[in-house]
Design a protein around this ligand. Structure first.
Ligand code: NAP
Length: 406
């Protein structure tokens, strides 16, 4: 596929009702002729999904929760927009012929729809970092075989993508991922023990979905990004560093062998990295705030504190171990974050559960999607038992949020 930024580009958004999905819709709605919409998908927010589909005249709208199909049909009645439901229908939506697919489902649930877009050689704007954490080798291999283009949307990876010399990767010395440090950057361990879900999702800089906000608070988000970066860029793990930068103005940096350090800067607004991917290989205007460095005045940096934020080292260890370890790390983290958001465990238990699951289950290689599913499920079950050793049935809901069964 020869990408042309100026020709109309048919798009699909997986996870259109989420934070990244809504930012993508905001950009599309400003240039509807340039970006006709093939399909939009959501899990349960049927009202917003139907509104988005009507506004953008999408050909298809898919709701993950099958019990909501009658409501979706009713809301779309008379519009000519197709309606479908269920996780298989989301995968089928991704397989339909849109040139550009935004992968913005949260969690491992995004893997198979993203893979469906990769397998037909689409341009995939990848926000769903869990896809590469759970199955990075598999996804990158498929992308290479099918001629798919993966464009990173995570602001850090998008920054690196913009300043990385892909023609001379041997000239890159290090890549440096920046992290805001999250809402608990300055808290002691004792103070962190008491924090609530509401405090954890109130990110000081970025406005994001609940899961990634909690991941930012534990620094697991940066750990997942470290793993993601190792698949996206030809740089070995020891040369991918993390630096805390509370202002989130520098989105990441690439350091070259001659001592030059190139960075991408901007206001913390996801519409910028989304626009980079949407218009790629060209650029498009966005309403994102212009960066006023004089107003920002001061940019500060710190080394991450691994004693208070052990998640980053856990992710690094999982990456070093390889095989199923990142899949296990991710699945245990999803279960633990869900349990924290539902008030069932404390904030510090999240990393403890991930660590215990990783210690107990590490091992195995991931040859195919079935092996990924198996590792994901085993980790979810183990982590769910740590959340709820007595087992009262509620864990079943947690388990169903991972990869779909074939
Ligand atoms: N938010 C950011 O600024 C940001 C930045 C960088 C990377 N990311 C990454 O982008 C992804 C999305 O993040 P977000 O903050 O936009 O998340 P979010 O606001 O929670 O939105 C998630 C989207 O996925 C849908 N969804 C949830 N569970 C699903 C399932 N089991 N099957 C199918 N669809 C499902 C949701 O539908 P409903 O609305 O119907 O529940 C929603 O459309 C994450 O992987 C995150 O790490 C986000």
């Amino acid at each position: 596929m020869t990408p042309s930024a100026d020709m109309p580009r048919r798009v699909t958004i997986l996870g259109s009702t989420g934070s990244v999905g809504r930012s993508t819709i905001d950009l599309l709605s400003r240039e509807p002729e340039r970006f006709p919409v093939e399909a939009l998908t959501a899990q349960s927010n049927v009202a917003l999904l139907a509104d988005q589909a009507m506004m953008l005249r999408s050909r298809l709208a898919v709701i993950g929760d099958e019990s909501l199909l009658p409501e979706l049909r009713q809301r779309l009645a008379g519009s000519g927009i197709e309606a479908a439901a269920g996780s298989r229908a989301i995968i089928e939506a991704a397989a339909r012929p849109a040139e550009w697919v935004m992968a913005a489902i949260v969690g491992a649930a995004g893997l198979e729809p993203t893979l469906a877009a990769v397998r037909r050689g689409a341009i995939v704007a990848l926000a769903n970092k869990e896809t590469l954490v759970c199955a990075g080798a598999l996804v990158m291999r498929e992308a290479a075989q099918q001629g798919a283009t993966i464009l990173p949307v995570d602001s850090e990876h998008n920054a690196i993508f913009q300043v990385f010399d892909f023609n001379a990767p041997e000239t890159v010395d290090r890549v440096i991922l920046t992290a805001s440090g999250g809402p608990f950057r300055t808290l002691s361990l004792g103070e962190m023990r008491e924090v609530t879900p509401a405090q954890a999702i109130a990110h000081p800089v970025w406005s994001m979905g609940a899961k990634i906000s909690v991941d930012s608070a534990t620094l697991m988000n940066k750990g997942l990004e470290l793993i993601e970066a190792s698949f996206l860029f030809p740089v070995p793990e020891p040369r991918i560093e993390v630096l805390i930068h509370p202002q989130s103005v520098i989105h990441s940096l690439v350091s070259y062998v001659d001592g030059s350090v190139l960075a991408q800067l901007g206001s913390p607004d996801m519409r910028t990295p989304i626009a980079v991917a949407l218009a790629w290989p060209s650029r498009m205007a966005t309403p994102a705030g212009r960066l006023d460095l004089a107003a920002v005045a001061k940019l500060t940096f710190e080394v991450p504190d691994s004693a208070r934020f052990p998640a980053l080292n856990l992710a690094r260890q999982a990456l070093q171990t390889g095989g199923a370890a990142p899949t296990i790390l991710n699945a245990a983290n999803e279960v633990a974050v869900d349990a924290f958001l539902n008030g069932r465990i404390g904030f510090l238990d999240i990393t403890r559960i991930v660590e215990q699951t990783l210690t107990r289950l590490v091992g195995g290689t991931l040859g195919d999607l079935d092996a990924v599913r198996e590792a994901d499920q085993a980790a979810r079950e183990y982590a769910a038992r740590l959340v709820d050793p007595t087992g009262d049935g509620r864990v079943v809901r947690v388990q169903t949020r991972g990869l779909s069964r074939p």
